[in-house]
Each structure stands twice: as C-alpha cells, then as structure tokens.
Design a protein around this ligand. Structure first.
Ligand code: ATP
Ligand code: MG
Length: 552
C-alpha cells in the first residue's frame, strides 16, 4: 500500500516527462462535463484527478461546460453540476467557461480549414456517409463532393450558417483520409445543421460543431496542457492532434486517456441513471440509492470520503470494476472519529424496570465518542420505561445469545445492569413488553459493583424519545442477476428501501439536513435533506457498521 501511495500514476509520469523536456512549462487541466445530466461517482474521479494534478504541479484547473449539443442540455444540470464540483472541493477560481462561448471561434476555425483545403461541405445523407465510410477491414470511398473548390465550400458553409438548409441536408467534413485504418480519420463530420435553440446561445446559431472538432479547440483556446479523458477517446486522439496541428495553435494541448471508474453491480452511466429517474424507480437524481454526487451527498457521504475512495482506486489504463464495499469503507473511516455515537432504536419494544420509581428521572453521562474526547459528552434521561430493539430480547434464545431472555442480565449502555423477569405478549403472540429489575449498584462509571455480564444493549428513554423515520437501503440492483439485461433493462431489487419507525434519544432533537451521527450498533445515519422536518425527522442509513471489505 505504502509504495502505491508514494509511486506516481502514469499520468504524472507523462507530465514529469513533458515538463523535463520543455514541451510545457506549466500544468493546466480542465473538467469538461456535458450538461445533460447530474454528475456521478465516475465524474468525481475525473474532477479530483484533474483538480489534484493542477494543485500538485502548481498549475491551474478550469471548469468548462461542454455544451456544444443543444438537444439534451439544460440549465438545471449546469447549476447542479457546479454545486457538486464545489462540494467536492475542486476550485476553478475565476475560470468557469462554456464551450458555447467559443462558437464564433469554432466557426472561424472551420473557415480556416476550408481555406487550407482541409474541409469541405458534403451533401451525402447520414446513411450514405456511413456507407461510404467503409468498415474496419475495408477502406472507405471518397464523397463525390470531396473536391469542391475552396470558394464553393466557403459559400455553402456560409449558407449553412445562415439557415439556408434543413437539418441533415449538408454537413462540413474534415478532409483527411478515407482509407485511414482509423475510422475516425475518414473525413469526419465537423459541423452539422441543427435548427435548435441552445440553452446559452438561444437561436444565434443553426449549425453546431461536433465533439471531436470542438473539444481540441476549447482546450487550445483555454491554454490547457493536458487534456485528460477516458479510454473511449483513445482512437479519437489522432483526430484531436490533427485539429490542433492544422489550426496551428501555439503550445497545443495533449490528450491523455485513463480507464473509467465502474462499481460492480451499481448503475453509473448517466443514461441509465436518467432512465431510473424517468421510470420513477427512484425518487429523483438525488435518490440516496444512486451514486450520483447529489445522491451520495444526500445519503450522507462526505467530500473527504469520496476523495479517499478515488485515491484508493488509483488511475489506470485498463478497465476494471471496484466494489461498492470500498466506498463504504471510506465513509466509515471518515466518520468513525468525527461523529457522535447516539442511541436510536430502529425496531422498538418497551422495556419496563419494575423496581425503578415511576416518577423518577435521572440524567446519565454519556461520552459522545469514546475514541475522540474532543466531541465532549451529553446527558441522557433515564427512567422506568425505555425502548430497546426487538431483536435484543428472545423468549427462547439459541446458544451464545447474550442479550435479554428470561432470567438473564445485561448491561444497558451508559446506565445499569438489568435482569429480565418476565414479558408480555399480545393475542397474536407478539412480545409487546419486557419486564426487568435493575441493580442500582451497577451504574455506569461505578465499576459495576465488580460484576460482569456478557451482553450490552442500547436503549432510549420512553418518555423523552423522539419519533423518526429511518430509511434503510440495500443495493438497488439485484446482485444475483447483475445490472443489465440484453435488452438494456435493469434488474431492480424490490427491497432496496425499507422504512423503520424508530425511537431516538432526545439529544437528536433538532438535527439539521445533512447532519450525520453514528447510531450505536446500527450504523451511520444522516438527516435527509429533502424530506426531514424539524418535528418529523427522517434519517438515511449511510452505511452499517459491519464491513466485509478489507484494505489490502
Ligand atoms: P456517462 O458515460 O456517465 O454518460 P459521460 O462520459 O458521457 O458520462 P461527460 O459529461 O461527457 O459524461 O463527462 C465529463 C468527463 O467525465 C469526461 O472527461 C469523462 O471522460 C469523465 N467521466 C465520465 N464518466 C466517468 C467514469 N465512470 N470514470 C471516470 N471519468 C468519467
Ligand atoms: Mg457524454
């Protein structure tokens, strides 16, 4: 592990080389999301990688919306993305850009290519272009429009811009090589006609640049040095290099690819998350069962836990998938020392202490976190009637059950030893009350009168308990079946959300949105930012306390 932390990732090695050879004298990165959905954990990796590199090398990090496609993009997404990136801690300072702000420069770049004889207007239909393109094993054929004169191309391209043609009637293509073994180099389309309103530029344009043409220009305009993207763009790199070379940008940027982050049995693709939202399977993009950044935040993950996760994942050139348990490990590690350990009973039954005075209330001391004194302590009221977890009592216990059963004694956390004397059942046979006696000599902090018991259980005072809805989550996906079916549908786990009606100790009163706590024995919980109200608290379980994950 230590070696991995010290050793550099392959992108850093490349950057070191570039700096040593004088290719660049600084490092300038960017994060370029398309505002067509919310960001997810995979994007977090890209954001923290790009931002982290800029910081490490004393360089700069830009935020840029890659909004060159007017069909799917929305201002709602722009706002959500900005919020998510800020929350993650990546700071673009005063460098927030929109690719659409460069439409004029992109148009001029296209004109430059036409003048150089490196681009032409083509009248083939989309289907014909595909047909002429050839296959992986066969070269393509030249378009009959490939040899139009510069003058004709300039005029037709201007007509395209002026709205003379219908969508799809004409496109502008780079003139590269129809026989290239790389399909992306076979005269790719670089501009198309689309009579559509754009979220930023409105109706100013009816032609829009294609991603492969626009992206290198955006990078070059902003002075990006290292344009880091994911592996699916590896085959597009020759085109990226062609664009910056033909347009003769000084200090052209360089593209470096790394493998996308995938989580096993978890939906990460924006397209699929969108489908879950649209089909109403989840309650919006921030449903705590999703791994969009807003969902992770709502569930109670912290920026620190996501940073740690991304670091543990590392950066690689080969595709792999990480266990969700690793993300859980990170949030447990982050919260363990930082959060108070409170008592909450998720499935309550009454416990009555028959020998405790009916009108008495004591206030017992409880450390907020035994491993972190700085979190201080609180007082918890204690009285004759309490709530305990239903599973902490059994009428006929199996061997090695050390909690309450008739005749057995346990310790109530922060309080006294109690011994089970009897219990009450309703007509259906369900236990409704457990009756105990307590031993006043065993008060916590007193040395328990020199006695020991095997089990310790938590409790909440009945008179002062607060009611809360607690949401317990399982994987949204049925892990036995895997995420996707061949037809693109997903295998949904019908039990991914369970609701518990819990009783909380009164110290949790007034808990605010996004505040999180450990509930002893039950996990880490966070106040739901959407549904929780001051007098009707709602908590999400972030993660349980038990872990199957081991850090190697
Ligand atoms: P999705 O596949 O979820 O739709 P995308 O790649 O279409 O994502 P963009 O908004 O185009 O989303 O991506 C912005 C940046 O985030 C890109 O540089 C992209 O490579 C990176 N990115 C997207 N998904 C991941 C991932 N799973 N792991 C790492 N980086 C990612
Ligand atoms: Mg995309």
């Amino acid at each position: 592990m230590e070696n991995e932390v010290i050793s550099k990732n392959f992108i850093e090695t490349e950057i070191d080389k570039d700096l040593a050879e004088g290719v660049y004298d600084t490092v300038h990165t960017r994060f370029p999301p398309e505002p067509n959905g919310y960001l997810h954990i995979g994007h977090a990796k890209s954001i923290l990688l790009n931002y982290g590199l800029a910081k490490k090398y004393g360089g700069k990090f830009n935020m840029r919306f890659d909004d060159t496609n007017p069909t799917k993009e929305k201002t709602e997404f722009v706002d959500a993305i900005k919020k998510d990136i800020q929350w993650l801690g990546a700071d673009w300072e005063d460098r927030l850009f929109f690719a659409s702000d460069y439409f004029r420069q992109m148009y001029e770049a296209a004109v430059t290519l036409i003048k150089k004889g490196k681009a032409y207007v083509c009248d083939l239909t989309a289907a014909q272009i595909r047909e002429y393109r050839g296959t992986l094993t066969e070269p393509g054929k030249n378009s009959p429009y490939r040899d139009r004169s510069v003058e004709e191309n300039l005029e037709l391209f201007e007509n395209m811009k002026n709205g003379v043609y219908k969508d799809g009637e004409k496109v502008l293509r780079a003139k590269i090589d129809m026989a290239s073994p790389n399909m992306n180099m076979r005269d790719p389309v670089i501009y198309r006609v689309a009579h559509m309103s754009h979220h930023n530029t409105g109706d100013a344009w009816c032609i829009y640049p294609m991603y492969d043409f626009a992206h290198p220009i955006e990078d070059a305009i902003e002075g990006i040095t290292h344009s880091i993207c994911t592996l699916e763009f590896e085959d597009h790199r020759p085109l990226y290099d062609w664009v910056v070379r033909e347009l003769a940008y000084p200090n052209p940027p360089r593209q470096i690819e790394f493998a996308k982050l995938y989580l096993t049995n978890v939906v990460t693709g924006k397209r699929y998350i969108k489908k879950l939202v649209e089909d109403g399977i989840v309650d919006g993009w921030d449903d705590p069962r999703l791994v969009s950044i807003s969902a992770l935040r709502r569930r109670g993950f912290t920026p620190e836990s996501i940073q740690m996760f991304v670091e543990l994942c590392g950066v690689s050139k080969s595709q792999s998938s990480v266990d969700y348990a690793m993300l859980e490990y990170c949030i447990r590690e982050d919260l363990k020392m930082k959060r108070s350990r409170m008592m909450a009973v998720l499935d309550p039954i009454k416990l009555v202490i028959d020998n405790y005075p009916e009108d008495k209330t004591e206030y017992l001391d409880a450390a907020n976190n035994l491993e972190n004194e700085a979190l201080g302590s609180r007082k918890i009221p204690f009285g004759r009637e309490l709530y305990i977890e239903r599973e902490d009592f059994m009428e006929n216990p199996p061997k090695k059950y050390f909690r309450l059963f008739p005749g057995n004694e346990v310790r109530l956390m922060h309080a006294y030893f109690v011994k089970c004397e009897s219990f009450v059942k309703d007509d259906s046979g369900k236990v409704t009350e457990v009756h105990c006696t307590y031993d006043p000599e065993t008060k916590a902090g007193s040395g328990f009168a020199g006695r020991k018991v095997k089990g310790t259980i938590h409790w909440v005072p009945a008179a002062q308990a607060i009611d809360a809805e607690v949401r317990l989550y399982e994987n949204l996906i049925d892990e036995e079946k895997g995420v996707y079916n061949e037809d693109g549908s997903m295998n949904i786990n019908p039990d991914s959300l369970k609701i518990a009606h819990a009783k909380l100790e009164p110290g949790l009163k007034g808990a605010k949105a996004y505040e999180s706590f450990q509930f002893v024995r039950n996990g880490f919980f966070c106040v739901d930012a959407k549904d929780s109200k001051e007098d009707a608290l709602v908590f999400n379980r972030i993660v349980s306390l038990k872990s199957s994950f081991k850090l190697k």
